[in-house]
Write a protein that binds this ligand. Structure first.
Ligand SMILES: Cc1cc2nc3c(=O)[nH]c(=O)nc-3n(C[C@H](O)[C@H](O)[C@H](O)COP(=O)(O)OP(=O)(O)OC[C@H]3O[C@@H](n4cnc5c(N)ncnc54)[C@H](O)[C@@H]3O)c2cc1C
Length: 290
């Protein structure tokens, strides 16, 4: 087992709690309409947003539909045309674990993270190549046959008690390059670009991209710049802030998931305490200024 200090620290919080906090905070300033967006069309100087129930118009739209959505299909975004081999599995457990530790474990075809969340339960989340996964009947069989090959995970599964009836799975996770602006539509968060979860920086990047977008969208709405200028400025700023992080994330994933976890991967893990601060620097950027 190799350990290293996380230079920026970290907080373990479930999506349910974080999203609820953000939602309540945003509700103080804005209205919410809970509906599914089916299409967005730019008509001269406004957008038409078609939902399951209504047709809305807006001077500007920001798309934050996550890593994969029906809108991506509708807009025929290039990444959606390609098949992606990644599958994510997530489950909460009752398990005794230190508050200030994030564990990362490798297994054949993927890696798993263990971290404590706000209510004391432990989140197990893993990413696996579908080719490795499909040889097994189901998640339980995969956990039993593959994850437990890792000694630490074997110990975990011996005592950990699942909280949910069954795990959450997300398939077709694509790490292909995306564009932050496509067809004059502005995108933030995972919709603009998805970093490998290994870097643990997706949430921060989503929030940071929203901050960048808000700056230029505000300038546009206050008639200080045109829409085209706003889209160019956002695109440039997004690339400057995130492109190299995404590149390092891709590189890191390749190194760690080197076939059968040999050579380079072991070389990497051996040097983890020394390399981790460098990796964090390369994949997390600088502190966000308000
Ligand atoms: C396996 C895995 C592990 C991860 N672990 C971490 C981690 O430890 N730390 C971290 O910081 N990040 C992690 N991430 C990344 C993080 O989850 C994402 O970067 C983050 O959720 C991006 O936020 P978002 O708002 O862009 O997208 P999302 O959180 O996916 O939100 C998009 C929302 O849009 C909604 N939506 C989609 N389509 C439509 C539509 N047509 N109409 C209306 N609504 C729609 C969805 O329902 C969803 O609620 C992980 C990702 C994966 C896959």
């Amino acid at each position: 087992i190799k350990t290293a200090t996380l230079p920026l620290g970290g907080i373990g919080v479930s999506r349910y709690s974080l999203d609820l906090e953000l939602y309540n905070k945003a509700k103080e300033k804005t209205d919410f309409l809970l509906d599914r967006v089916l299409d967005i069309i730019l008509n001269h100087n406004h957008y038409e947003v078609i939902t399951t129930d209504q047709k809305l118009t807006a001077r500007q739209v920001i798309i934050a539909t996550g890593k994969r959505s029906l809108l991506d299909k509708k807009l025929a975004r290039p990444f959606i045309q390609k098949k992606s081999p990644w599958l994510a599995v997530k489950m909460h457990y009752k398990f005794k674990m230190s508050n200030d530790i994030v564990e990362l474990h490798a297994f054949k075809g993927g890696y798993a993270g263990l971290s404590k969340i706000e209510n004391g339960n432990v989140n197990l989340c893993y990413l696996v190549n579908y080719e490795s996964f499909k040889e097994y009947k189901d998640i339980n069989a995969f956990n039993k046959e593959v994850l437990t090959q890792n000694k630490a995970l074997k110990e975990f599964f011996k005592v950990a008690v699942p909280i949910w009836e069954k795990p959450i799975t997300i398939s077709q996770i694509s790490f292909e390059q995306k564009q932050p602006v496509e067809g004059k539509l502005l995108m933030i968060g995972d919709t603009a670009g998805l970093i490998h979860p290994l870097c643990g920086n997706g949430m921060a990047m989503a929030i940071h991209s929203a901050q960048i977008a808000s700056k230029y969208v505000t300038q546009y709405l206050q008639n200080e710049i045109t829409r085209d200028q706003m889209l160019i400025k956002y695109s440039k700023s997004w690339r400057k802030t995130f492109s190299s992080r995404l590149l390092y994330g891709r590189w890191l994933q390749k190194v760690l998931l080197h076939k059968k976890l040999t050579t380079l991967s072991y070389w990497f893990l051996e040097r983890l305490p020394f390399l981790l601060p460098i990796i964090i620097k390369k994949t997390h950027g600088k502190e966000i200024q308000p």
